[in-house]
Design a protein around this ligand. Structure first.
Ligand code: TPP
Ligand code: SF4
Length: 491
């Protein structure tokens, strides 16, 4: 009986010579002998060629030995940082729905650093097929423990074997994935015996069919050899996979909804009118501020000014700092704003430091003397009183706080900001009352001189207008609060 002899050549999806490789040798592979990646590369390249989708494939391979796929596959290839393949793949699938995204990831990559991105992409049912190389260790970096390392397995970081009490148990990615609703196809294969490799070939084909037919998220895990790091011969490596790894990672199909899943191509991405995008990103500039050449030459700004605001979260302390920072920005000063608050944010202590300077600002931190302290809680005042030095201005809420001993020469101003704000009908405008009080103190004590006096009020109005341009009633309220704060000090 005559048999047809079929001659298998190299898949056309592989380059003839690996021109993308650095260095002079452009013809040979550089996976280690016996490495599972080589077998998977071959199966994948053949499956892509069989389906005629080479021109459409975008192969995303992150750091790890997977990253070398880029040198061999003659299709769209992107090398991405460790763990980021499903995120990059999502981007490609969404902006170029005519492409077919393959994510090719190692177990350190997918099950450790990139697990969240992977599981979220799976849960969203992204149109991609993921091939997961489980070789039970971090191969490229020299055989460290991976999430998939077996209990008792020695690696360079578990020289006495993986201790499940300390290192946890191996992660079963197919099983975890199978708890989600949307993935279409989930299978685990092994690249060991010829029979297993043939099963893997089918499985890879199915994942690519689903990709081509836009059926949704497909996943194939492949138990693979890494003989170099596991220090085993090719035969012992296969034995380890077949006899030890499959105990934790049983082979088989966990889910196959390929037949009943509908083909759902993603629509082309929306095309945005560039003018609309520009107006959203850069709203029409309000007619405020000064020419970019303007430089305030007043003596006050010969050195940098260090301003600190402190109180409780929720009192508007951070916004007060932002308002002052914006005022400085509108007059072309360099400015930094550094907030500091506890984990509770609302109700806990909060403060911010603002530095205003004509020159570059070295550090945004104020931890010794400051030129201005606005304190609106007793705790805040007690905490920062030592930063107040002769010549500093201190503004505090006189209705609720008592003054601790302070150095001679501090310019002190108590103002009942919260009560004034409440009378105006909104406690939130207390910070503008404080800024009004500040304006009055700076003018009264001739800290601001000449044109700067009037300009302080003007730039406050500009900053309020800029911050609340779409809410005229809030602009009005804050202007009023500022005036009332100024009046309270001058009364
Ligand atoms: C953000 C980041 N973290 C860590 C590394 C170091 N790093 C490079 S490859 C690798 C391990 C890859 O192991 P795995 O994903 O299992 O792939 P394999 O090499 O075994 O195929 C690590 C930790 C890196 N390059 N970038
Ligand atoms: S280190 Fe392991 S995974 Fe990487 S190429 Fe070598 S055998 Fe393959």
């Amino acid at each position: 009986m005559s048999k047809e002899i079929v001659k298998f050549g190299k898949s056309p999806v592989f380059f003839d010579s690996f021109t993308r490789r650095p260095g002079p040798v452009k013809t040979n592979m550089h996976y280690c002998p016996g490495c599972g990646h080589g077998i998977l590369h071959k199966l994948l390249a053949e499956a892509i060629a069989d389906r005629g989708i080479q021109e459409k494939v975008m192969l995303v391979a992150p750091v790890g030995c997977a990253v070398m796929a880029y040198y061999y596959f003659n299709c769209g290839c992107i090398s991405v940082p460790h763990g980021r393949a499903p995120a990059v793949g999502t981007g490609i699938a969404r902006v170029a729905p005519d492409k077919m995204v393959i994510s090719y990831q190692g177990d350190g990559d997918l099950a450790a650093i990139g697990f969240n991105e992977f599981i979220q992409a799976a849960n969203r049912g992204e149109k991609m097929s993921v091939f997961f190389v489980n070789n039970s260790n971090y191969g490229m970096t020299g055989g460290q423990m991976a999430p998939t390392t077996l209990p008792g397995q020695k690696t360079t970081t578990t020289p006495y074997g993986r201790n499940v009490e300390v290192d946890g148990y191996p992660m079963k990615v197919c099983e975890l994935l199978n708890s989600l609703d949307v993935p279409v196809y989930i299978e685990r294969c092994a690249l060991t015996s010829t029979a297993n490799i043939q099963k893997a070939r089918k499985s890879i084909g199915k994942a690519l069919d689903n990709l081509r037919d836009r059926k949704g998220f497909s996943f194939v895990e492949l138990l693979c050899a890494c003989p170099i790091n596991l220090r085993k011969s090719a035969a012992d490596m296969n034995k380890f996979i077949d006899e030890e790894m499959t105990k934790y990672y049983p082979l088989g199909c966990f889910r196959d909804r390929s037949a009943e899943s509908e083909s759902k191509p993603l629509p082309p991405p929306p095309i945005h009118d560039p003018e609309t995008v520009r107006s959203l990103l850069y709203p029409k500039k309000l007619d405020i501020g000064v020419a970019h050449t303007f430089r305030n030459e007043s003596k006050l700004f010969d050195r940098e000014l260090r301003l600190k605001m402190a109180g409780f979260g929720g009192q508007g302390i951070l916004s007060l700092g932002i308002m002052l920072a914006n005022m400085a920005k509108l007059r072309n000063f360099n400015v930094s704003w550094l907030p500091s608050y506890g984990p509770e944010q609302r109700g806990g202590s909060a403060n911010c430091s603002v530095i205003v300077s004509r020159n570059k600002i070295g550090s945004p931190i104020i931890d010794s003397s400051c030129d201005l302290l606005i304190a609106i809680s007793q705790t805040a005042l007690d905490k920062f009183k030592d930063e107040v030095v002769p010549g500093s201005v201190l503004i505090y809420d006189s209705s609720t706080m008592t003054l601790p001993p302070l150095p001679e020469g501090v310019i002190i101003c108590g103002v009942n900001a919260s009560e004034i704000a409440l009378k105006l009908g909104n406690a939130k405008c207390a910070n503008s009352v404080l800024l009004g009080a500040l304006a009055a103190v700076l003018k009264k004590n001739n800290i601001l001189e000449g044109g700067d006096k009037a300009d302080f009020d003007k730039v406050f109005n500009e900053a309020v207008f800029e911050s609340f341009s779409s809410k005229p009633e809030v602009i009005e309220l804050n202007r009023l609060a500022f005036v009332e704060g100024e009046k309270a000090v001058n009364a």
